[in-house]
Design a protein around this ligand. Sequence first.
Ligand code: NDP
Ligand code: X2W
Length: 310
Amino acid sequence: MAPKIFIDGEHGTTGLQIRTRMAGRRDVELLSIPEAERRNAAIREDMLNSADIAILCLPDDASKEAVQMVSANNNVRVIDTSTAYRVDPSWAYGFAEMDKEQAAKISSARFVANPGCYPTGAIGLMRPLRAAGILSDGYPVSVNAVSGYTGGGKQMIAQMEDQSRDDAISAPHFLYGLTLTHKHVPEMKIHGLLDRAPIFAPSVGKFAQGMIVQVPLHLDMLASGTTLESIHAALTAHYAGQDIVTVAPLADSGKMARVDAVELAGKDTMKLFVFGTPGGSQVNLVALLDNLGKGASGAAVQNMDLMLAS
Ligand SMILES: NC(=O)C1=CN([C@@H]2O[C@H](COP(=O)(O)OP(=O)(O)OC[C@H]3O[C@@H](n4cnc5c(N)ncnc54)[C@H](OP(=O)(O)O)[C@@H]3O)[C@@H](O)[C@H]2O)C=CC1
Ligand SMILES: CC(=O)N[C@@H](CCC(=O)OP(=O)(O)O)C(=O)O
């Protein structure tokens, strides 16, 4: 019998994109609730407990409620796309490429926390450099990023697309998270293996899907002898053999004049770049992804497949 998958929040932005990715699949059976009943707790509880894997695409509070609903039922495994459990040590962090053991941990886990979109880029760039001893203890990391507006879910999509609303946003690009307490900071610190919280400066652009995450670094504050080439070599070695996360060759990135935020829109891959001048004193590490691809729904399906394979 095909494993049963229930997407709680299937009519929201992340949930809909997971459904689209599963549309042609015969190896799983999708359980579904009509849109009008999406907040009916009794039906949700029944669906959650009928599933082999429940994928939660809900705000944090609703996710916690859903986890409560299945806590006594060991037959249900959970992937949560919210922020609620990403730094909870009893949950597996769903970033399969972040180190060698992670895919196996996800595969055997009952509870998997899908990473945040921005942390996927930032951790993807920083963690291999921390693990290799290149990014020094105490380094004052800054993470600057721009996301497509679908990152703000149904509400921000409406604010960006319907200019007749009272709360419409007309800016083509805006900064937010100005108090420097964005909900993704703890996740970046813990899974990025940082000993000091990064300064995180997110922004949103007037495009639906896509994301650029930047981590600029001064080479003289890294491990002695670190160069643009040695950073590139460390990232390339870490992601060798991976097809979802790849590192652009220096010969290619050295010739680029621009990075296009929407280049990977609609794809579930992430591309990493090391920019700078050979022999120079600084580098800019850049991750390019779709906030709803490797940043959310694509990663959730990847994690589901790892769990189904166990
Ligand atoms: N959008 C993105 O790029 C990313 C999103 N995420 C995470 O995914 C989760 C979902 O976000 P997103 O899809 O953007 O949000 P949306 O607002 O687009 O969708 C959320 C869905 O959950 C439903 N919902 C809300 N509260 C409840 C409840 N109490 N019971 C049942 N259903 C409920 C909403 O219904 P209603 O329409 O009635 O409000 C809506 O259908 C969030 O935790 C978010 O942080 C993670 C990474 C990236
Ligand atoms: C553009 C935008 O608003 N992005 C969201 C992050 C995307 C999201 O909600 O995802 P997580 O579950 O990973 O937090 C934010 O900054 O809160």
